[in-house]
Design a binder for this molecule. Structure first.
Ligand code: MRB
Length: 267
């Protein structure tokens, strides 16, 4: 069992927000990891994802408002383009010519938008977020934000994720979030996250990943064609339960990045 040193890093996003994360040095093109809305960088350890890529050069940041990064408060400062800038600030800090970006849920959507914004991205992986425009239901998003900032906001999140069969690491991540900040992230969805993803750089390898049983599988298929992306399906009945398979997906990413033939079922 190899445990290379984790090196803390710190930088500032385009709007000045202080960002913190860790680098685990390794070989090959660096992989930037982007967590989801109610998460922080610890999920990469807790889910077994990091152990599944034992040799890779990993950059795992805490997005604004989460983990050890700065709280920014206002929903406008949580728009998806600010999240994209957070990821790009990390790429700037390390100065590498090319990066892979891997994100989960909303972090996956962000990873795809980072690819659109930045030609340094050679591969972008979106675990469980599709690339199409969405219609944000105003009532549902506002109700969700209100539930998150209510006194039992943490229970709202953990009960929901337990009920739908999320893995423990995802439930536990909810207990670490700053709830007022998370409510702002949720309201921040109004700032740009409804917009679909475009391909702006030819040659980037875009990979959409979801559960075989995802209720919106057709929407992922649309993106596969529209963006000339690859679609990976994991053996799971729902998008949330697919999180149990995150480490397996990590192993497949490791194989690709190391240039080895992928294990099973690619395309
Ligand atoms: C997400 C994709 C923005 C966001 C990746 C869960 C939740 C919905 C409501 C409409 C009910 C408010 C919501 C929807 C959504 C994507 C995304 C593109 C743009 C998603 C799944 C699922 C079908 C996740 C684990 C993590 C719309 C409005 C975008 C269609 C859950 C409700 C349970 C205990 C969340 C997170 C945060 C915890 C709070 C805000 C949102 C935004 N709500 N979005 N999202 N979601 N599983 N909330 N959150 N809210 O879905 O949805 O299968 O894949 O489809 O995501 O998990 S994200 S909160």
């Amino acid at each position: 069992m190899r445990q290379p040193d984790l090196e803390p890093f710190e930088t500032a996003s385009a709007d000045g927000a202080r960002l913190r994360g860790i680098r685990r040095p390794g070989s090959g093109e660096p992989i930037v990891l982007v967590h989801g809305v109610a998460m922080d960088r610890r999920i990469w350890v807790d889910s077994g994802f990091l152990d599944a890529l034992p040799d890779a050069d990993i950059l795992a940041l805490d997005l604004r408002g989460r983990g050890a990064s700065e709280r920014v408060g206002a929903p406008e400062r949580h728009g998806i383009d600010r999240h994209v800038e957070d990821v790009r600030a990390v790429m700037d800090l390390f100065g590498h010519p090319g990066y892979a970006v891997f994100g989960v849920y909303f972090g996956g959507r962000t990873a795809l938008q980072v690819a659109a914004a930045d030609a340094r991205v050679t591969r972008a992986y979106s675990f469980c977020a599709h690339a199409e425009a969405v219609e944000l239901p105003d009532d549902a998003v506002e109700e969700e934000a209100a539930a998150i900032e209510a006194p039992d906001g943490c229970r709202y999140l953990t009960d929901h994720f337990r009920r739908v069969g999320a893995p423990d690491w995802m439930v536990e991540a909810c207990t670490r979030v700053d709830l007022p900040e998370l409510a702002a992230v949720t309201r921040g969805l109004w700032h740009g996250s409804a917009r679909g993803v475009e391909r702006r750089h030819s040659g980037q390898d875009l990979v959409l990943i979801t559960a075989e049983g995802d209720a919106e599988l057709d929407v992922f298929t649309v993106g596969e064609r529209r963006l000339d992306a690859r679609l990976w399906l994991v053996d799971s009945p729902t998008r949330v339960k697919a999180a149990h398979r995150l480490a397996e997906v990590g192993a497949r990413v490791a194989a690709e990045i190391a240039g080895r033939a992928a294990g099973t079922g690619v395309r």
